[in-house]
Design a protein around this ligand. Structure first.
Ligand code: HEC
Ligand code: HEC
Ligand code: HEC
Length: 91
């Protein structure tokens, strides 16, 4: 029984893609935007942002940044998601 469990864990571990996921990401452009990936994941679940197998999401400019961040914040304003520019863009 124990051996089976260990084998199952090894299989699960081996199947996990070796992606380097950071706890936080930061973007510079209009000041610096800090994204706490870990906290967002814990609170919202991965599928809130990733469809299927989680993969890299490009955040490079205003269009991609606001699509990845601001759209949801507007939807979830009542849940405390900040929409003021300065909440994300810190000088
Ligand atoms: C609020 C949105 C959001 C949630 C929730 C979220 N992610 Fe992400 N995730 C992102 C964004 C944005 C990136 C791209 C970060 C970057 O590289 O700039 C990303 C990147 C990743 C990557 C790719 C890392 C790389 O550089 O290759 C993986 C893997 C990942 N997330 C897994 C997860 C898992 C697992 C969860 C749930 C525990 C999760 N994510 C929850 C937004 C989210
Ligand atoms: C799917 C919805 C969703 C997406 C996508 C999302 N957020 Fe959030 N975010 C929230 C919610 C809900 C909160 C408030 C929850 C809380 O802190 O209790 C929040 C809180 C925050 C906060 C304030 C709390 C803190 O961590 O300092 C910042 C800053 C923030 N988000 C930045 C970002 C950035 C940057 C991105 C894009 C890379 C992003 N968020 C994407 C839902 C989202
Ligand atoms: C929920 C987080 C969030 C909020 C709130 C937000 N932004 Fe952004 N914004 C981003 C992200 C992420 C990027 C992409 C990274 C970057 O370019 O700095 C971005 C990019 C931009 C850019 C392009 C900067 C550059 O040089 O690439 C401008 C301009 C901008 N935002 C203006 C605003 C204004 C004005 C507001 C308020 C009305 C606002 N943003 C609110 C997250 C946010």
């Amino acid at each position: 029984m124990k051996k089976l469990l260990v084998a199952a864990l090894l299989v699960a571990f081996a199947a996990t893609p070796a992606l380097a996921v950071e706890d936080t990401y930061s973007y510079t452009g209009k000041g610096t935007v800090t994204f706490n990936h870990k906290v967002h994941g814990e609170k919202l679940g991965c599928e809130a942002c990733h469809e299927g197998e989680p993969a890299k999401i490009e955040v490079t400019d205003k269009a991609t940044g606001h699509a990845a961040c601001l759209d949801c914040h507007k939807e979830k304003k009542a849940e405390g998601a900040p929409t003021k520019c300065g909440a994300c863009h810190v000088k």
